[in-house]
Design a protein around this ligand. Sequence first.
Ligand code: ACO
Length: 335
Amino acid sequence: MKKTIIKGTGRYLPSRLVTNEDLSRWMDTSNEWIIQRTGIEQRYWIPEEGGVGVSDLGLEASKIAMSRAGWEPGDIDLIIFATLSPDLFFPGSGCLLAHKLGLTTTPALDIRQQCTGFLYGMATADAYIRSSLAKRILLVGAEVHSTGLDISTQGRDVTVIFGDGAAAVCLEHVETDDKKAGVLASCLHADGSLAESLMVYAPASRENPRIDEKMLEERKHFPTMDGRNIFKHAVRRLPEVAGEALKKAGVPLESVDLFIPHQANLRINQAFAKSLDLPESKVYNNIQRYGNTTAASIPLALDEAIEKGLVGSGSTVMFLGLGAGVTWGSVLYRF
Ligand code: ACO
């Protein structure tokens, strides 16, 4: 039977370190507030002068992942690029990354599913591999949030959360009789009735796609968030979708060695651990150092967990998250 395995991972962070103290100089916020409400101590943003897009960050992460997997660009059958902050409104960043890798015909697909982009990407890649449509898929999660954030006090609830960054995963097919290898289960969900709880209104096709003064005055190009509502849904959906994947795969909770949740808020992940009665050591957190890097957060944490030796051959890992859409999901994987 065909299964999907992770052959290599890589991460890349831009060099500009932005501390909570930096943010406190630009807007009415404080280190204490940010740490207490989110757990975040610092994040990395692209250089102030800009000129760096997600395909650039994704390229650096991909080079590392591919060298660890022993791949050349020509080995890639499909690129899946998860981001909510693409280089351009269109075309997709997957196309730009393919070009930067020197590829001229390789298909590339963008996924716009915010914090669950990586989970949607994993599930899509697994479906492609199991149905023999591709053997090697480069899955990238990358975000450049900083250029689209409101640095004034008006935007402080959203701005203090987000960081830039990228991570890549090389996914490969394997023929095996072992049912308990590779991707064991994936569960994806969406509820568009909550779309306006976290969104960027414009530019968009619904009303007036032109960027005019009125739109700028009304600050419709900045993200808006009903943080409490998103928080409430995350705390409810994460344990639910973890249980769903375990049931689907027939794997008991105790067999999961490490949960790698999306890094949206340290308190969300602590509430998740508490609701399943998990020890803190079983839930990976690095939001303290990177903030919320949306589609990059889960593969970034995975890359670190591998580097630290927390997961490796024989380990069972669950990736899970909830984000704008709202969308939520889980992927259960055995190394
Ligand atoms: N600094 C100081 N004060 C602030 C800040 C800030 N950065 N932001 C908000 N406040 C103030 C508010 O104005 C409010 O003041 P008031 O009581 O005088 O009205 C007070 O702090 C409390 O605000 P809340 O929004 O109720 O604070 P909360 O404890 O809910 O924390 C937060 C806000 C951190 C945003 C939290 O709700 C959260 O993390 N929500 C989930 C976010 C999430 O998971 N997003 C999804 C992923 S992202 C994606 O998919 C793209």
